[in-house]
Design a protein around this ligand. Structure first.
Ligand code: SF4
Ligand code: FES
Length: 236
């Protein structure tokens, strides 16, 4: 029987097992804290910080997806300070990344009344779409560096280690080792990275081609030819 902890969240009492995160404790009493990088089946690394909350007595805002509860803790999930922090994160994302395929983030933008003016004119991350295999494309102009794809490719699911962060600071991006084309990496094309990507940065090739206006017949013949030529090349 786990040790139970009682805390208050927005003045409501919650009693949950020790080791629960603030986010899951809030969820247990019906309070939803916004998330972006968090995914139920990936290890949480608190990278986006949209889930920050105020814990009474703590100087800094706490990311609820990793913040642990303690007995008697008092948590606030909405306040001017929290709203300002979340809005700033969304404004910075909007200024640097193509969010056109990120429905959940766009919804948060509306909710937090994010305007365009604050970081207008900032340099956007705008690399070309990488189309190097018949299964999926990588459009890193849409990548928010949430790390979900890297984690499912590694110890959260597949243990394949085909991708990781590369570069530093503004040049940080997701890449294969030595930036090799995906077919030359250890990728087994399981598709789990595509499944957890929240922004459309990773997209099934057929969906991408459909969006570009190609017909289903064209797509079938294109991807089939691509797969066959790769198979023949592998046999040589
Ligand atoms: S490609 Fe998608 S899943 Fe991977 S880090 Fe970027 S946004 Fe996250
Ligand atoms: S959802 Fe908690 S830091 Fe991203």
């Amino acid at each position: 029987m786990p040790n139970m902890i009682t805390l208050t969240i927005d003045d409501y009492e919650a009693t949950v097992p020790e080791g629960t995160t603030i986010m899951k404790a809030a969820e247990a009493i019906g309070i939803k804290i916004p998330t972006i990088c968090f995914h139920d089946y990936c290890t949480a690394n608190a990278l986006c910080r949209i889930c920050v909350v105020e814990v009474e007595g703590a100087r800094m805002l706490t990311p609820a997806c990793v913040g642990q509860i303690s007995q008697g803790m008092k948590v606030h999930t909405t306040s001017d300070r929290i709203v300002r922090a979340r809005r700033t994160i969304l404004e910075m994302l909007q200024a640097s990344v193509d969010l056109s395929d990120s429905a959940d983030i766009l919804q948060l933008m509306d909710e937090y009344q994010v305007g365009k003016q604050r970081f207008e004119g900032s340099v956007r991350r705008d690399p070309e779409v990488t189309d190097d295999n018949p299964m999926y494309i990588r459009d890193y102009a849409k990548c928010i560096l949430c790390w979900r794809c890297v984690q499912v490719c590694a110890t959260d699911a597949q243990f394949t280690y085909a991708i990781n962060f590369s570069g530093r600071g503004y040049d940080t991006q997701i890449s294969t080792f030595f930036d090799l084309p995906m077919p030359l990496s250890t990728c087994v094309f399981c598709g789990q990275c595509v499944g957890v990507c929240p922004t459309g940065a990773l997209k099934p090739k057929r969906q991408w081609l459909l969006e570009l206006g190609r017909s289903p017949d064209e797509i079938m013949s294109l991807t089939r030819t691509e797969r066959q030529s790769r198979r023949s090349a592998a046999r040589v």
